[in-house]
Design a protein around this ligand. Structure first.
Ligand code: NCD
Length: 307
């Protein structure tokens, strides 16, 4: 694994291996605490982040490594007009692995083409966010014990939500999954995902605007925020932002073992009253994000892990 730009680059075997390492890290953190001593992770964040950047940084520190980087574009030479290509060339001289988040689709790919060190895409515009998918997968394995035979509802901004795109790509390669895409007409899942990932894998799917009606069928409900920063005008955002709000009431006809997920940040999509429900797993996702990223850093740096 030279770079990680998209979730479709990860096969079953690699996903299983990362999940197994993450589970072992959770059980025996001390075994991993100095495996990255002397190694440096660079976090290049041109776009806002709380969980992704901090979990990567915490992951590297917990492996005994160090972290450098910037958390806003305006604290880097991007404000002076420097290109991603020149920035990553520079970072390649100072770090062993780089994590990049950028508002433009394809930016991580560009970085990888000029990089001497492995590049991890931590979100490129509305395109892809593969390490959130790994986080989501560890959460699903931990709560369901499997990644197949699941009915997965994805609700909210399916058009611009990059975490949705990456998760759909990965889960469509497991057998007998079914997707229920719940969104307003304007925020439907991009058709390339249906044509290139869902149909070729013969995955059953439904597109609907109705969350309530979908509830009883779901094993997993993946709520998402309407991606304000990707809209061309404020009016559309305001009109669409609060269409789906998951509250206690809507949970009454859902399965007992439903798993409620959200990549966070949440705005209004899930009422706070749902947080206390045992089916709410979005803060577990936050926790798993660190361990799966520890596993990923180890694999991408080629660090040997002794049994
Ligand atoms: C997501 C992102 O940045 O795409 N956040 C995250 O990394 N957990 C989701 C979002 O911003 O809505």
């Amino acid at each position: 694994m030279k770079h990680l730009l998209d979730s479709s680059e990860l096969n079953f075997q690699q996903i299983n291996e990362l999940v197994e390492i993450a589970e072992d890290i959770i059980k025996k953190p001390e075994k991993y605490s100095s495996l990255c001593r002397g190694k440096i992770l660079a976090t290049l964040f041109y776009e806002a982040s709380t969980r992704t950047r901090l979990s990567f940084e915490s992951a590297m520190f917990s492996l005994g490594g160090s972290v450098i980087g910037f958390s806003t574009a305006d604290s880097s030479s991007a404000v002076k007009g420097e290109s991603i290509a020149d920035t990553i060339r520079t970072v390649s001289e100072y770090a062993d692995i780089a994590v990049i988040r950028h508002p433009k689709e394809g930016s991580a790919l560009v970085a990888s083409q000029y990089s001497k060190i492995p590049v991890i895409n931590a979100g490129d515009g509305g395109h892809s966010h593969p390490t959130q998918t790994l986080t989501d997968i560890l959460t699903i394995v931990s709560s369901k014990g499997k990644l197949e035979n699941l009915t997965i509802g994805l609700c909210g901004d399916l058009m611009f939500g990059r975490t949705v795109h990456s998760l759909v790509k990965s889960l469509s390669s497991y057998p007998n999954n079914k997707f229920i895409f719940i969104s307003p007409e304007e925020l439907k899942i991009p058709s390339y995902l249906i044509d290139q990932y869902i149909k070729p894998n013969k995955i059953e799917y439904v597109q609907t605007t109705n969350l309530e009606e979908s509830m009883p069928m779901l094993d997993i409900l993946y709520m998402t925020r309407v991606q304000k920063e990707r809209f061309f005008n404020e009016e559309d955002y305001v009109r669409l932002k609060d269409l789906y709000i998951l509250d206690k009431n809507k949970l009454t006809n859902s399965k007992e073992d439903l798993v409620i997920m959200h990549p966070l940040p949440r705005v209004n999509e899930i009422s706070k009253e749902v947080d206390a429900d045992p089916r709410a797993k979005y803060f577990d996702q936050v926790r798993y994000g660190k361990f799966i990223r520890m596993a990923l850093i180890l694999k991408m740096l080629g660090v040997e892990i002794n049994a």
